[in-house]
Design a protein around this ligand. Structure first.
Ligand code: ATP
Ligand code: MN
Length: 428
């Protein structure tokens, strides 16, 4: 361990009383009592009380909270109620000084609003609640990877700088690429579909970009998407993959992230499975029963989904959307070509994922592109792959940040993203 640390604070226990340790961490709190100081020192794994006396006490004279120390000392018994042991300091070295006052109080005693916290995000990580959100996010990511790998999906990385507007649409960021116009990818859609040719089952976890001027708790200009695409699967098959993935994430984190749930103050409850499945038609009936006056083909707006979400507060699927509401690559249903083989996964009003069966016939793809007012010549590189033996395939994209809000129990996506990007925020 660097800097001569012998232990992480979380590794020290009352069984080590009498042993010498070297710890590194930051001062969370300090109390002076004459020639003695009671410190609480934290590192990313835990917290301990440190007793500082005599000459060592002079070294920390005037030191502010959040300053970083190395302490060599002996683990000893304590009278403090909150601790099982304490450390009697024998040697102290001040490694870094923190200023006073700090831009936010990382202990959260003084509530800081989200903007101030985002402006000082690194310091916000010394708040145990915030740190726990990102530790939880780490466990969610590792559980997603583990589950998809067990289901024989291969992790891929597709380009984020792309030469043509992949799915059409106005919400693309463009940039100068050595004198040409390039775009930031909105999704890995076309690449992941192409990869089913040889890899069959692929997934990607990456940042994608949408130039949408949205000011909501669920939209960012840069978000993390979990995407899968699978050959020889239909939309109902990939809905199964998605549902079992969500179940695994909830089971894993509810069992293995007890400390995080405690600091966040939200208990993760494993949802009941199977998730309810409503067709778009059924949702329309429910909305019209609530006086919404929707017709077949109308998109479900946020105001509509709020109503549906009241009745269905947990996870549920909305399936079989009108084909015209879906992107060009979505396949129609055999028994009714006005409907599509598609779904959204909802959590109450919140859309978490969209997916479906894809067209795998290049002629049909071309005519669907034209139908949607897109120019097939812009898609030649993509369409070529469909003449090379493209298997039938299906997939979905899941918003990781939105999923995190359901686990943490917050409405604002900015709480679960380190450095969120929105129309008003490009820094830090
Ligand atoms: P919405 O209608 O909520 O704007 P969308 O239908 O445009 O979402 P999709 O293209 O279906 O989004 O993307 C797949 C998933 O990616 C969404 O279900 C959502 O979870 C996530 N997602 C899409 N756009 C954003 C964004 N701007 N910020 C955060 N997550 C997003
Ligand atoms: Mn969608």
């Amino acid at each position: 361990m660097g800097f001569g640390r012998t232990h992480d604070i979380g590794e020290v226990s009352s069984e080590m009383i009498g042993l010498k340790v070297v710890l590194g961490g930051w001062i969370e709190d300090l109390r002076k009592l004459g020639k003695m100081t009671f410190l609480t020192m934290r590192d990313s794994t835990g917290i301990t009380q440190v007793i500082v006396k005599g000459e060592q006490n002079d070294k920390i004279e005037g030191l502010n909270r959040q300053s970083v120390l190395r302490i060599k000392g002996t683990v000893q018994e304590t009278k403090a109620k909150d601790f099982d042991f304490e450390v009697g300091a024998e040697e102290i070295e001040v490694l870094a000084k923190a200023i006073h006052p700090l831009p936010i109080d990382p202990l959260g005693r003084l509530e800081s609003n989200i903007d101030n916290r985002l402006n000082s995000r690194a310091l916000d990580m010394r708040n145990q609640k915030t740190a726990s959100i990102f530790k939880l996010r780490h466990h969610v990511l590792s559980s997603i990877r583990k589950t998809l790998i067990e289901k024989k999906f291969i992790e891929i990385n597709t380009p984020k700088i792309i030469g043509s507007a992949s799915e059409g649409g106005a919400n693309l960021f463009s940039l100068d690429y050595f004198g040409k116009t390039a775009y930031l990818a909105q999704s890995p859609q076309l690449y992941k579909e192409q990869m089913t040719i040889g890899l069959e089952r692929v997934f990607e976890i990456a940042s994608f970009y949408r130039a949408e001027k949205s000011h909501t708790g669920r939209h960012l200009s840069e978000f993390t998407s979990v995407d899968i695409e699978a050959a020889f699967m239909d939309y109902t098959d990939v809905m199964g993959v998605l549902e079992s993935l969500i179940m695994e994430v909830f089971k894993f984190t509810s069992t293995n992230c007890k400390d995080e749930q405690k600091s966040i103050g939200n208990e993760i409850k494993v949802p009941s499975s199977p998730f309810e499945q409503l067709t778009y038609g059924k949702v329309l009936d429910e909305l019209n029963a609530a006086d919404q006056k929707l017709e077949f083909g109308d998109d479900l707006l946020d105001s509509h989904l709020r109503i549906v979400g009241e009745k269905h507060p947990g996870f549920y699927f909305i399936t079989d959307w009108p084909l015209k509401l879906k992107p060009f690559y979505i396949r129609e249903k055999d028994d009714d070509a006005s409907l599509s083989r598609s779904f959204d996964l909802q959590y109450g009003y919140l859309e978490l994922s969209s997916g479906g069966t894809r067209l795998h016939d290049s002629k049909l793809l071309k005519s669907r592109l034209k139908e949607q007012g897109l120019d097939p010549s812009q898609f030649v590189d993509h369409l070529r792959a469909f003449d090379w033996g493209m298997p039938p395939h299906a997939g979905w994209g899941l918003g990781l940040d939105r999923l995190m809000t359901t686990l943490v129990g917050v409405d604002n996506i900015r709480e679960v993203v380190l450095y969120p990007r929105d129309p008003d925020r490009l820094t830090p």
